[in-house]
Each structure stands twice: as structure tokens, then as C-alpha cells.
Design a protein around this ligand. Structure first.
Ligand code: KG4
Ligand code: ZN
Length: 365
């Protein structure tokens, strides 16, 4: 039984607090199934974590707690709506840093309880996976590459609520590999954009870094070997000059892009096996690393070769935001009953319950 009537336009408040962005948003879903962002506010904690070179979970949770109420008020007032106008409240229930997830989830439950509105606990990865439905009306099935600081996955979105994970990282996430490379080379945090800028002046061929997992017949990723190769190259030529840093960044970026393209090619074959009749094949690239232009070029090339179209959501919807959680809440509400208030926050929550767990991949699996 569906949680809401599909003949009306519905508004959902979404809350996202699973990592280092505190976000609230109101999204509308029309009877024809299309969506519209009515308001979306995101407070990034990047500056808070920068001195530590990575996200500090306790600092993240405290900051979510300090700012979330105000951001919810702001999202509601920018949407010019009251709680009465909502069809429900959706919040990320996992996977993520547990203190942060709890903050958002408890806030959503409290609002739902106080207003009598239905509550939906959303898988953060489902938020990313369903974003193309909000931004361009794309309907499943399609293939998604999610590359962020916390996740590196290839998922076949078979239908809303039905996902097949084709590959995941067995160690670091791709964004993490960019961040660690930047830290090693003294480029600051977050490292991805800094590595990309430095790479623009570098010679990618000077260091021949290994292309991790290339040719393997699964679709998994690994970046720890590449990270070690970068460290060894940097250690061997101390002190580093700007030109060395640029060449290392360019070499690292090339190897990372080649690795992703190889894994994507493998996943495209897997997707076609799952959906042999699909003519309009689409690869969606999302997550913070999808902002990288070298990666986009390489994916564009891979798509042309394999007969796929590449779709990349606008960057503010590739990175963490609450509009995707509100939208996933609406898509869930159109298909199922609301969640109970007993629903727990989860540090780990694979989108594909049948996928084999990856013991070293932390919340990324
Ligand atoms: O999706 P996101 O904003 O946040 C989470 O991970 O939750 O992704 C952030 C990650 C960071 O690791 C950052 O270094 C990486 O995305 N990133 C990039 C670029 N812009 C952001 N990596 C490579 N090139 C970029 N231009
Ligand atoms: Zn995310």
C-alpha cells in the first residue's frame, strides 16, 4: 500500500546529516511523477575539518546539532510553507557517521511526532541514486557511478527500491585517495580540487603509476596501492618542487581515471546482462569527485565507445544535499507505508542487501 495519494502534488521536508554537510530542503512531487526543488539549504563544515585534513566525526555531529534547527526553519520559510502543507518528513537514516545520522534522524522523528506527519528513514545512497529522477526525470533502469569522499560504488538502479551493486571499493574511496594525495603533497583539504588544479600543469607520463584492478573481471575498486605508489614516488625525489608536485598529481589523476574507466566498462557489461532489452543506456556519474573534469572526459569517452549516454547532475546535487533525501522520501512515499519511530540509525546500510559485504570498506560498503 502506498503511503500517499498519487493523484496530488506532495511536498516533503528532507534532512541530511550523514557526513560533513548539514542540509534541509523542501521538494515537490507532481501527480505525473516529476519533481521540483522548492527550497534547498546546505551548510558545509569543510572549514571546521580542514585543520585535521579529514572529517572528525565528533566535531561533525556537534555542528549538525548546533545548526540543524535553524536550517530546517530556513528551508521551510524559503519554501513558504508550513508543516501542515507537508506530506511527510524524510531524513537520512544511514549509512554515515553515526553521531551525525542520529542528529538528523531524531530531529525528523521529533518534527513528525509533533506534527502528526508520516516519517521516512532514507538510505543516503538511495538519495544519490534517485537524483537523476528529480533533475531530469530519468526513470530506471540506469547505471550509476557514485564517487565521493566516503563512497565509490557502481550500482544498477533497476527500479525505485531495487538496486544491484555491481562494484564497490575494497579499501579507500576515490575522493579519499585524492585527499590523501593532496595531504602528502602539502596541497591542503579538501584535496580533490587542489590535485586537479596542480595536475593541469603536470606531465602525466613522467611517473607511470599502476592502474589498480585493471582487467579484473569483477567491478570492484582499490586505491590503496596507487596511494602507496604516489608516496614512494614523492619520497624518492625530496625536496619536491612545484613541477614535481604537478607531475605527480597529473600521473595520479591519469591512473585514477583509467582505473575508474576500466571498472565502469566492466559494470556496463554487467548492466547490459541485467537489462538486455534497454535501448537508451545511461551512465550517471555523481558524488564530489564527479566535479573532476579529467574524470568527466574519460567517462564521456568510455560512454561513447560503449553506446551509453553520460549524465552528470549539477554539482550542488552531486555532492551531499537534502533535496535528494526529500525526493527519495517522496519516491518511497508513493510506493510504501511510512516508517515507525523505532527505525534505527545505521552506520552501515548497503543499498543492495544481497551484495557481499566488503570488510575493509567501512561505511563505504
Ligand atoms: O560528495 P562530496 O562533496 O562529500 C562526501 O564525500 O560526502 O565529496 C567530497 C570529495 C572529497 O574527497 C573531495 O576531495 C572530492 O570529493 N572532490 C574532488 C573534486 N572536487 C571534490 N576530487 C577530484 N577532483 C575534484 N575537482
Ligand atoms: Zn553522499
Amino acid at each position: 500500500m502506498a503511503g500517499v495519494n498519487n493523484q496530488q502534488t506532495h511536498l516533503m521536508l528532507g534532512i541530511e546529516t550523514s557526513c560533513d554537510e548539514t542540509a534541509a530542503s523542501v521538494v515537490a512531487r507532481k501527480p505525473d511523477g516529476s519533481g521540483r526543488i522548492v527550497s534547498s539549504v546546505v551548510l558545509s563544515q569543510t572549514a571546521l575539518h580542514a585543520p585535521y585534513g579529514g572529517v572528525v566525526p565528533e566535531i561533525a555531529a556537534r555542528s549538525h546539532l548546533a545548526h540543524l534547527d535553524r536550517l530546517v526553519e530556513q528551508a521551510m520559510s524559503e519554501a513558504e510553507c508550513s508543516f501542515d502543507d507537508l506530506s511527510g518528513i524524510a531524513a537520512t537514516a544511514g549509512p554515515g557517521l553515526i553521531g551525525g545520522v542520529l542528529t538528523g534522524l531524531m530531529t525528523a522523528k521529533a518534527i513528525a511526532l509533533a506534527t502528526g506527519k508520516p516519517f521516512y528513514g532514507i538510505n543516503h545512497l538511495e538519495g544519490h541514486a534517485l537524483t537523476p529522477g528529480l533533475t531530469e526525470g530519468l526513470r530506471p533502469p540506469y547505471l550509476i557511478l557514485l564517487v565521493s569522499g566516503g563512497h565509490t560504488q557502481l550500482v544498477s538502479v533497476d527500479d525505485v527500491g531495487h538496486y544491484t551493486r555491481l562494484g564497490t571499493t575494497i579499501d579507500d574511496a576515490l575522493g579519499e585517495a585524492f585527499d590523501k594525495t593532496a595531504k602528502l603533497l602539502g596541497l591542503g583539504y579538501p584535496g580533490g580540487p587542489a590535485v586537479e588544479r596542480a595536475a593541469a600543469d603536470g606531465k602525466a607520463q613522467r611517473f607511470k603509476f599502476p592502474v589498480p584492478m585493471k582487467g579484473r573481471d569483477d567491478c570492484n575498486f582499490s586505491f590503496s596501492g596507487l596511494k602507496t605508489a604516489v608516496r614512494q614516488a614523492a619520497t624518492a625525489i625530496q625536496p619536491l618542487e612545484a613541477k614535481d608536485v604537478a607531475d605527480i598529481c597529473a600521473g595520479f589523476q591519469l591512473a585514477a581515471c583509467e582505473a575508474v574507466a576500466d571498472r565502469v566498462r566492466q559494470a556496463m557489461a554487467g548492466f547490459q546482462e541485467l537489462h538486455p532489452g534497454v535501448k537508451e543506456r545511461v551512465l550517471v556519474a555523481s558524488g564530489g569527485v564527479a566535479a573532476n573534469l579529467a574524470l568527466r572526459d574519460s567517462l564521456e569517452h568510455t560512454c561513447v565507445e560503449a553506446g551509453f549516454n553520460l549524465s552528470v547532475p549539477p554539482v550542488e546535487l552531486c555532492t551531499d544535499n537534502a533535496a535528494m533525501i526529500a525526493w527519495a522520501g517522496l519516491e518511497n512515499a508513493a510506493r510504501r507505508t511510512p516508517d515507525e519511530f523505532t527505525l534505527s540509525a545505521r552506520a552501515r546500510w548497503p543499498l543492495d542487501a544481497d551484495a557481499e559485504p566488503q570488510p575493509f570498506a567501512g561505511v563505504k560498503a
